[in-house]
Design a protein around this ligand. Sequence first.
Ligand SMILES: Cc1ncc(COP(=O)(O)O)c(C=O)c1O
Length: 257
Amino acid sequence: MRIPLSIPHMSGNEISYIEEALSSNWVAPLGPNVDEMERLARLYTGSKAALATNSGTAAIHLSLAALDIGIGDIVFCQSFTFAASANPILYQGAVPVFIDSEPETWNMSPQALSRALEKAARKKTLPKAIIVVHLYGQCAKMDELMALADQYDIPLIEDAAESLGSTYKGKPSGTMGKAGIFSFNGNKIITTSGGGMLISDDEAFIEKARKLSTQAKEVAPYYLHNRVGFNYRMSNVAAGVGIAQFEVLKNRIQKKT
Ligand SMILES: Cc1ncc(COP(=O)(O)O)c(C=O)c1O
């Protein structure tokens, strides 16, 4: 018998939000549904700021770009993960260094991270960021990992693509590091058909990422761009699917626990 890892389940209300988006002509990658998705993400996680994106990969990429990670910079990344955790490091021309997992959570080993940081400090090759993944909904050992990130003053990004709804010592996944990302791909606990979210308590950081997600367009009466930007915003139609899915998130979590 085949047991699917994760299949999409519609709540039934998606169609009404999609119809509303189409009939009101809000079909662009902005609009009331996108705003509502960001509000729901803030409400659900308790994070101060949220940015809806067109994929979880885009959210990871924006987090690195907003940290000004560039060519030749080193980023530590969990080795046991989906390739999308690491690909954005290469988009920025940075260098991924993979840190092994530990057997209890299957996520980044605090001991391996500690050893890698000590070695990097000696060689003066400390990373500009650390990407920890909460794989299959299982949170990494965040107390130990955050203590190391704080000790070396390195921003930690939580790839919570697979863990919306999980908590670590009562804290929602994605809320413990500098920033967290979720994926709303079709194989996640809730979906927008394709989409993601970047969250952080640092509102300025999210506003910087928001600007980068809209081609880094400056505020000017003409097209002015001072750095490379991306087209990474969530569509208002896709966000309609997401709102209806958020309505059943608690129920989905209960079914999984
Ligand atoms: C651990 C992990 N990181 C990142 C991603 C990327 O998310 P997306 O497919 O929305 O780009 C996924 C899922 O696909 C994932 O499982």
